[in-house]
Each structure stands twice: as structure tokens, then as C-alpha cells.
Design a protein around this ligand. Structure first.
Ligand SMILES: Nc1ncnc2c1ncn2[C@@H]1O[C@H](COP(=O)(O)OP(=O)(O)OP(=O)(O)O)[C@@H](O)[C@H]1O
Ligand SMILES: [Mg+2]
Length: 244
């Protein structure tokens, strides 16, 4: 069998297939975020889960832990748990082969694919195209699994976080003319069924001033983050962007 293709050889998202195997890239990852190690490859973004992401996935989707003190936005649905993954797989035959080889990695990928579909099918915000893959690395001449990973199309524009002037505690002057557009999209999202499926951290939203398109780039389902922090982030966005 030929070697798996290296991720950094990719030029477009269609290079990747869900459930496929690829070689770990040779490029450097940016300083890790809390959950994801992120690498930008041309017009693509590669996200490899940092320990916090895999450990929390194990905690909430495999062991189905529920935190009493600081609960997550919601518990994992049965279809998202290790008990339910078989029924999820019925809708995603492209992960079947992978499941036989690595049930944990394919459970992780299928659940994140479900989250991606949930967001895309709502048509309320731009959600970049993504593929859900497995990374392998050659050790002692043999390819072994390193990690599940997500490849996304890169959203061009400015993160809402970068529009915020934290010295003056307000949106920078040069972005003020975009406030009505951003506000109306955020209002629509806050009032929608997606409210409890988004991570409202301000850095997860990217606005393209030329097209007026707002993108949401975070990949995590909402059983992986706390409701209290998420509500605080909604309040912050409402305040800074003047939402209803
Ligand atoms: N598709 C994308 N296009 C452009 N930028 C992106 C994309 N995906 C991620 N980023 C950038 O990388 C950051 C981290 O990605 P992501 O939110 O998926 O990881 P995370 O671990 O949840 O990060 P954090 O802990 O900061 O929320 C994003 O806040 C965004 O600035
Ligand atoms: Mg994020």
C-alpha cells in the first residue's frame, strides 16, 4: 500500500475525504489554543485536538460525566456518546472502515461532523467547509495513528476579537460602519435554535468587511464547554455589538 499523502501537500478542501488517513504535516503549529493546535496551510486550517479537547471528549462523550458545579451548555446526546456512536455511524458510512481500525478516533470525528452539519444546515451563519480525518506518522518504518483532526477552509476577514479596542473598551472606529450588519447576524443567531450549540467566545467569529459575511469557525459541540462562560460571552457580544 502506498504511503498516506502529507497534509501540507493539500491545496483545497476537496483534497481530503472524511474518514481518510493522511500524514502528519511537517509545518509548525501556532501556539496552541486551549482546545486546538491550529496550523494555517494556504487557504486551509488544520486543527489537531490538544489534550484538553481529547480529555474533555472522553469525560463527557465516553464517560458521560455531568458537572454539578459548572455544568456544560448541555449533556452529550445519546447519539454523541460511545453508546450511541453505532447509530451515528449508520448515517456516515465513510467512517465505517476507520471505526473498525480506531473506534475512539472515529467516535471523535463523527461527533464533530454531526456538529458541523448541525451548524451548516441551519444556514444562519457561514460555517467553513470541513473534513474529518486521521493523521498518521511514520515510526520505525511503520505508519501509526497520531490523532484525529479537522481540516477547514480558512475564513478570510477579521476576528470580532480584533475589532475590539480593549484600552478604550469599545469597537474600533474603523469597524463601526459594519456594526449594523454584524449585529443583525448575531441577533438572528442568538434568537435561533443554534444559540445553545455555539461557543460564543468572540474569537470564534470572523467578519469579512468586503462581502459582509460572518463566519463561525469553532468546531466543538456544546457538551464540551460551560454554560456560565458561554452566557457571559453572549452578554459581552450583545454589549459591544449593540445586540437586542
Ligand atoms: N477556518 C478558520 N478560518 C480562519 N481562522 C480560523 C479558522 N479556524 C480557526 N481559526 C482561528 O484559530 C482560532 C482557534 O481555533 P478554534 O476556535 O477552532 O480552536 P479553540 O481551541 O476553540 O480555540 P479557543 O480556545 O481560542 O476557543 C480561532 O479563534 C480563529 O482565530
Ligand atoms: Mg474557539
Amino acid at each position: 500500500m502506498s504511503d498516506p499523502i502529507t497534509v501540507d501537500a493539500a491545496t483545497a478542501i476537496d483534497f481530503f475525504a472524511d474518514g481518510g488517513f493522511y500524514q502528519f504535516p511537517s509545518i509548525n503549529f501556532r501556539t496552541p489554543n486551549v482546545f486546538a493546535m491550529v496550523a494555517f496551510i494556504g487557504d486551509l486550517v488544520l486543527k489537531v485536538p490538544a489534550p484538553a479537547w481529547t480529555e474533555d471528549f472522553e469525560k463527557y462523550a465516553v464517560h458521560e460525566v455531568r458537572d454539578a458545579v459548572n455544568p456544560c451548555v448541555r449533556p452529550a446526546d445519546t447519539i454523541e456518546t460511545a453508546r450511541g456512536v453505532q447509530s451515528a455511524l449508520a448515517g456516515f458510512p465513510e467512517f465505517q472502515t476507520l471505526f473498525a481500525a480506531d473506534p475512539h478516533a472515529s467516535h471523535f470525528l463523527v461527533v464533530h461532523k454531526l456538529q458541523h452539519q448541525r451548524l451548516r444546515h441551519a444556514h444562519l451563519v457561514n460555517v467553513p467547509e470541513a473534513r474529518f480525518i486521521l493523521l498518521k506518522r511514520r515510526r520505525l518504518g511503520v505508519f501509526s495513528t497520531v490523532s484525529p483532526a479537522i481540516v477547514q477552509e480558512r475564513s478570510r476577514g477579521t476576528a470580532l476579537l480584533a475589532m475590539f479596542d480593549d484600552v478604550r473598551n469599545e469597537i474600533r472606529n474603523e469597524w463601526r460602519h459594519c456594526l449594523p450588519t454584524i449585529r443583525s447576524i448575531l441577533n438572528r443567531l442568538i434568537d435561533s435554535g443554534l444559540r445553545d450549540h455555539l461557543n460564543w467566545f468572540i474569537a470564534n467569529f470572523i467578519f469579512d468587511g468586503e462581502t459582509g459575511i460572518l463566519s463561525y469557525v469553532d468546531s466543538k459541540p456544546s457538551f464540551l464547554f460551560a454554560r456560565s462562560g458561554n452566557e457571559r460571552n453572549i452578554d459581552g457580544l450583545r454589549k459591544w455589538f449593540g445586540c437586542a
